[in-house]
Design a binder for this molecule. Structure first.
Ligand code: ZN
Ligand code: FE
Length: 255
């Protein structure tokens, strides 16, 4: 991996991520739930924060931005579509834009659903995908603003990415997600094995993120809504893929 990655637990159950290019020393942060643990993570490594990339406007992803900017002088980038409800931005991003951290470049992906302006960051060479509250470990974000169709389509754009991509998502919801996933696919052996590893990690208070995209494809029901046995499990054998995804999301909301 040409970029160093640090996972930083924040608040109750949020994650922020630092990426660092050892050659140039360039360091960027993805999401700023709160400043203190991020400043601590920078300081123990002697890293200088140059950039903050924001995935979406929710408080638990941006509340630390002002303090981090003041403390480090980092440049802040976020979706142009959400500029009116994000902290002040030095750079506005639209899907398809590139961001750079040292020699590594990442592309901005449109991930509407949880919010309309939600974006993800994909560093292809480093195989790092920062999804926050779009694709999550064994789950996906709630549909606060977008439709099931928007999120299903957005998740579908990740189909082209390799199994070895590391999915860096925004919350520690994985254990509850696993319990839900098992109600949908009780016969999925990869899911059972993953649920056991998740329980072990959580018993030791270890993060269950990041996760490999290949494992998400094999176990995350929200990437599997199109499969006939998943539709049947929902009692909707003739549903469209979007209808199946929408039903999964609604059931998870009630779970
Ligand atoms: Zn959110
Ligand atoms: Fe969140």
């Amino acid at each position: 991996m040409p970029l160093d990655l640090v996972t930083i637990p924040c608040r109750q159950d949020n994650y922020a991520y630092l990426i660092h290019d050892p050659q140039s020393g360039a360091t960027a942060l993805i999401d700023a739930p709160e400043a203190a643990p991020i400043l601590a993570a920078l300081s123990v490594r002697g890293w200088q924060l140059g950039q903050i990339f924001i995935t979406h406007h929710h408080t638990d992803h941006v509340e630390g931005v002002a303090e981090l900017r003041a403390a480090t002088g980092a440049q802040v980038s976020g979706a142009a579509a959400d500029a009116h409800r994000l902290p002040p931005l030095d750079r506005t991003l639209v899907p398809g834009d590139s961001v750079t951290v040292g020699a590594e470049s990442g592309s901005v992906l449109d991930m509407p659903g949880h919010t309309i302006g939600h974006i993800a960051f994909h560093f292809a060479a480093a195989q790092l995908l920062f999804t926050a509250d779009s694709l999550m470990a064994l789950g996906c974000g709630r549909l606060f603003e977008g439709t099931a169709e928007q999120m299903w389509r957005a998740l579908g754009t990740l189909d082209a990415l390799p199994d070895t991509t590391l999915v860096c998502s925004g919350h520690e919801y994985t254990q509850s997600n696993a319990r839900f996933a098992l109600t949908i696919e009780p016969g999925n052996t990869a899911l059972h094995a993953r649920a056991a590893r998740i329980a072990e990690a959580r018993a030791k208070d270890m993060p269950t993120v990041p996760s490999l995209l290949g494992l998400e494809r094999a176990t995350n029901p929200f990437l599997r809504a199109h499969l006939p046995h998943v539709k049947s499990s929902l009692g909707l054998p003739n549903a469209s893929d979007v209808e199946s995804f929408a039903e999964l999301r609604q059931r998870k909301d009630r779970f």
